[in-house]
Unconditional design. Sequence first.
Length: 156
Amino acid sequence: MTLDTRSKAEVVNIVLAKYQNDSSMLVGILQDIQAELNYLPREALEMTAEVLSIPLSRVYSVATFFKAFSLKPRGRHGIHVCMGTACHVRGAEKVLDRFQTELCACAGETTPDMKFTLETVNCVGACALGPVVVVDGEYEGQVTAEKVKSIIEGCK
Ligand code: FES
């Protein structure tokens, strides 16, 4: 069975079984569910709370505390434009503007075709390479507005 054919409930059950329904592992459980489903659907959070016998509010508080978690569906490709100080002074604003124009999506949004989610981050620890853009976990350094289109086209 592929991930595409797995239901949300099946994914949650598999992840919870992996963690032996241990509520102290809630962060890891949510990370794994998101890794499988690409976001944390409401049904998955409800099911997690029920199976772990913990309040749904606790699950939501963890899911909303960490920026890495998303309660909305994300695009297949994640583009994170660093807006930290070092990147900002080297032109990150222009890079972000170009991504927003090319994708017709603002930072924090996902394109209607679900292909891209554009987000900003504050320093990814590679300041010397700035402006930095992280595409699907891969760092691109010294990004200029002119390079944006080819970065997008490089995402299959
Ligand atoms: S400010 Fe962008 S990597 Fe540090």
